[in-house]
Design a protein around this ligand. Structure first.
Ligand code: 3PG
Length: 210
């Protein structure tokens, strides 16, 4: 069974959480990020354009690891797979979403933040989890508490991550990547400011490469 961490491999452990209103932004946005060294792209289903953006990014950048974010309904798992998503992220976990993801064997990263949610996820065979909203749900301190309890569970924190704190998260043994909108701010996407977006992304890649 493929996992998100296996897909990411040696690529930069950063996942921009993308809010894209205009499907025509798919290619220049992916270009700005991939050329900056950010190859794992989470396109959220918060906009109507989400599915089209996923398929256009996949076609234009076959080397990019494009996935879907903000999956909140079981039926969306097959939809994002059909659009070409290589992984799916959800803010939460339900049994029906876990079943739908297992059925199509797509790497699935559901949100789990409490010990009960983490154990529930593990019982459903899910060992890689989104920790969201990290800044509100205990951040670094909570993840440090979880390591000795759940050594076989690894997290992708999102929510309030920035260049200032991303390394503190990535230095934890139970954090395999970190995500957030700071890597590709929504206002820069809306302004189609690909130059600034590329520079923004590059700065974060430099922070984690240290
Ligand atoms: C997510 O869905 O992961 C969050 O919207 C990311 O939070 P951020 O906007 O604080 O990065």
């Amino acid at each position: 069974k493929t996992t998100l961490s296996a897909l990411i491999g040696k690529a930069a452990p950063l996942i921009p959480v993308l809010h894209v209103e205009n499907a025509d932004h798919a290619e220049p946005l992916a270009e700005a990020l991939v050329s900056a060294g950010i190859v794992t792209l989470e396109v959220t289903l918060r906009t109507a354009a989400g599915l089209e953006v996923i398929s256009r990014m996949r076609k234009a950048f076959p080397q990019a690891i494009v996935g879907a974010g903000t999956v909140t309904k079981p039926e969306q798992l097959a939809q994002v797979r059909d659009a070409g998503a290589l992984f799916a992220v959800s803010p939460a976990l339900t049994e029906r979403m876990a079943e739908a993801a297992a059925k199509i064997a797509i790497p699935f990263l559901p949100g789990a933040v409490t010990p009960t949610e983490i154990l529930t996820a593990r019982e459903l065979g899910l060992h890689e989890l989104k920790f969201f909203p990290a800044d509100i749900m205990g951040g670094i301190g909570a993840l440090k508490h979880y390591l000795p309890l759940f050594p076989d569970v690894s997290f992708c924190p999102t929510g309030g991550i920035s260049d200032a704190n991303v390394m503190t998260y990535l230095d934890l043994d139970n954090v395999f990547t970190a995500g957030g909108a700071w890597l590709a701010p929504r206002d820069l996407i809306e302004a189609a400011d690909w130059t600034q977006l590329h520079a923004r992304a590059k700065a974060s890649v430099a922070v984690v490469a240290k």
